[in-house]
Design a protein around this ligand. Structure first.
Ligand SMILES: [Zn+2]
Length: 231
């Protein structure tokens, strides 16, 4: 289950249901997911969480996907911390650690938000997902789609390096290459997605996609449940 209860406009504060929505009807502000933290506090404890397997979904109560059957997991998260002595010395820090998200399945932190966005698309019954991307997001979305058994279409600039295209093709996605800037590609992708009824992770599923990004900030979990483990 999840304690996500609604979407809320970040500008004017109007609430909306947990629906496919990226902006507020009143002010065009971005919307974000709101949780019932009081209710979550009663069951969502550090002791309970520590019994669970090391997966992004360990924290499922604070992620906006309702049923476990829709929680796609291609093993993003739980990346290592690297002690950086040289960099630490430069800043006068004895214990400087960097979170190495290059060890995620497709080599980037994008695997985290895509996990949540594709799960939400699955929950809503979409058969096709995708994204507008200049590289890393294309690979992450295609990998998550392959795991979820969904079709995947990614919109990329036509001049993108082969090195960034090949991983996406390996996971079976369709590549739609467009001559134009990223902003132009983004707008075209949005228009096509509306017409075809596709869920594009960083466009029309964006409020949920962002919920995956928050996991990288360990403060989110640590400060809330007093758990020293980071994901
Ligand atoms: Zn608003």
């Amino acid at each position: 289950m999840t304690f996500a209860k609604n979407l809320r406009c970040k500008e004017c504060g109007i609430d909306y249901p947990l629906e496919k929505r990226t902006a507020c009807d009143e002010c065009f502000g971005a919307v974000g997911v709101i949780y019932d933290y009081k209710a979550a506090c009663k069951t969502f404890t550090a002791a309970e969480i520590n019994k669970r397997e090391k997966s992004i979904w360990r924290y499922r109560e604070l992620l906006p996907v309702h049923e476990i059957k829709n929680q796609v997991d291609f093993h993003a998260g739980f990346t290592p911390l690297r002690k950086c002595k040289g960099l630490g010395k430069l800043f006068g820090l004895k214990n400087l650690y960097l979170k190495d998200d290059t060890t995620n399945p497709t080599g980037s932190f994008k695997d985290r938000p895509v996990t949540i966005a594709v799960s939400k698309a699955l929950e809503w019954g979409y058969s096709t997902v995708g994204c507008a991307s200049t590289g890393n997001l294309a690979g992450a979305t295609s990998a998550a789609a392959a795991k979820a058994g969904l079709d995947c279409n990614v919109f990329v600039p036509s001049q993108l390096d082969d090195g960034k295209i090949i991983p996406t093709l390996v996971y079976g996605a369709n590549i739609i290459a467009i001559d134009g800037t990223y902003d132009q590609i983004n707008r075209i992708a949005n228009l096509v997605a509306e017409k075809k009824d596709w869920a594009l992770v960083n466009i029309n599923v964006r409020p949920y996609y962002v919920e995956g990004s928050k996991q990288l900030h360990s403060r989110f979990v640590n400060s809330w449940i007093g758990n020293s483990q980071i994901i």
